[in-house]
Design a protein around this ligand. Structure first.
Ligand code: ASP
Ligand code: MG
Length: 456
């Protein structure tokens, strides 16, 4: 049994849907498909909510545009009139729902988080109906399944939900095997789940990768294929480093840290449900299906040079909390954490000293985090300083922490370019460390580290 996820980048045009179908036909194992929304649709739904608030007039063109995008694919790929009628009806029911949700938002004049998530979830509902209809029209047995329908239960954190693995296992084992026994391909909506009471929750942007491993975990699938429009993980972002190469194998930990520190290949939580299993995850390119892509597996293999990849995150900021005695004051990090979590601001990382606590946070939370800590200034905390002109660079590899001289190699490469390392952290993870540089020096820092480890 394989669980296969197709991302939005693999679902843009009619020929993409044909490509997906060809890939499915090339495997003999029973397959469960998990889909993202058709390319760009989640972004459109996200901005539709705001447009509906601004003006009710915006709603009708939004629906027309989304309908055209999906019906163009359906009309091209579904030849059988009966199947076309059936799929169209299912799609139209979803478009009706989107329209009502948008009018609802326009009337209420405010976006409530659960409603926003419900709206965003419609993209995956559309793509699963579309793909299942197309697969049937090509002569397969297929059914589209929505997350609520199969009991993909989560906690109630609407935009960053966590799957209830044991409940999901029970629920999925009740319904999915019967489809597989009939030779039917279930096409399940990625990206979202629901609370015990049926309210829709999401796993955050790009969350379908996480949905996929949750589903694989529940069904005991030992193989996952994450199909994308790139060649899997690379030694560096190919847009920055032209001679970067695909990585053949990564451990769960390496994949998790690379994703956490900025590689936009997988959702950072993808491997979480797989810990303790021996599931193999292949991240592969739909345009190059005969290539294996990157294999992510539970155990680590050390690369001869240890480092497997260098990655970066430009969307961070550093909040420096200055005070002569902050390092010694009990409870201060707790206070800071309380203030930030009240604002639902996530701390990405912390580096402290006696005189300064440095929080690495998402750039989008930067000014809000400074404002929310302002009430603490005056006592032990003397002042807050925000640094937004910074980037984080991480190097990842099994064995990194236990290899002598590795940090020296990384930093001498960076120093040779005249780049100042403003901060660094090692030891938090056995397979990764990271450092902070000025944003405008990120690119040459990445190039120099990559040259150091991967020059052939
Ligand atoms: N469609 C959602 C997004 O664009 C989820 C996903 O693609 O995994 O974020
Ligand atoms: Mg996506």
């Amino acid at each position: 049994m394989r669980v296969m996820k197709f991302g939005g980048g693999c679902l843009r045009s009619p020929s993409d849907f044909r490509r997906v179908s060809n890939i499915l036909e090339s495997f003999t194992d029973p397959i469960i498909v998990v889909v993202s929304a058709v390319y760009g649709v989640t972004n459109k739904l996200e901005s539709a909510a705001q447009s509906a608030l601004d003006s009710e007039e915006a709603i009708s063109p939004i629906i027309t545009d989304l309908r055209d995008q999906h019906f163009e694919i359906a009309a091209s790929e579904i030849q059988d009139p009966e199947e076309y009628h059936n799929t169209s009806q299912q799609l139209d029911r979803i478009f009706d729902k989107i329209e009502r949700l948008l009018y609802g938002l326009a009337y209420i004049g405010e976006i409530f988080e659960p409603i926003r998530i419900l709206l965003l979830s419609q993209g995956e509902r559309l793509s699963s109906v579309l793909l299942a209809g197309i697969l049937r029209s090509y002569g397969n047995l297929s059914v589209s399944l929505e997350s609520e329908q199969i009991g993909l239960v989560t906690d109630a954190c609407y935009d960053n939900a966590t799957a209830n693995l044991s409940a999901i296992k029970m629920n999925l084992l009740e319904c999915i095997p019967a489809y597989l026994e009939q030779g039917c391909i279930p096409v399940i909506t990625g990206f979202f789940g629901c609370t015990e009471t049926g309210r829709v929750t999401s796993f955050g942007r790009n969350g379908s990768d996480y949905s996929t491993s949750v589903i694989a975990h529940a069904l005991g699938a030992k193989t996952i294929d994450i199909w994308k429009d790139v060649d899997g993980f690379m030694t560096a972002d190919p847009r920055l480093v032209s001679h970067s190469v695909p990585i053949e194998t990564l451990s769960y930990r390496e994949a998790a840290e690379l994703s956490y520190f900025g590689a936009r290949v997988l959702h950072p939580r993808t491997v979480e449900p797989l810990i303790g299993t021996f599931t193999e995850v292949f991240v592969r390119n739909v345009h190059n299906p005969s290539s294996r892509g990157t294999l992510i597996q539970c155990d680590g293999h050390e690369h001869h040079d240890v480092i497997k990849s260098v990655t970066y995150n430009l969307d961070i900021a550093v909040l420096k909390i200055h005070g002569a005695g902050v390092g010694h004051k009990p409870g201060i990090i707790g206070d800071i954490g309380d203030h930030l979590s009240a604002e639902r601001i996530n701390i990405y990382s912390v580096i402290t000293s006696q005189t300064c606590i440095n929080l690495i946070i998402d750039a989008k939370d930067a000014s809000r985090s400074k404002t929310s800590l302002q009430p603490l200034v005056g006592g032990v905390i003397e002042k807050l300083e925000l640094r937004i002109d910074v980037a984080l660079i991480a190097v990842v590899g099994e064995g990194l922490l236990s290899t002598k001289g590795l940090a020296a190699k990384v930093f001498s490469a960076v120093a040779a370019e005249g780049i100042n390392v403003e901060m660094f952290s090692a030891g938090a993870s056995e397979v990764a460390y990271y450092f902070i540089v000025k944003k405008n020096q990120m690119r040459s820092a990445i190039e120099s580290v990559h040259r150091q480890f991967f020059a052939r």
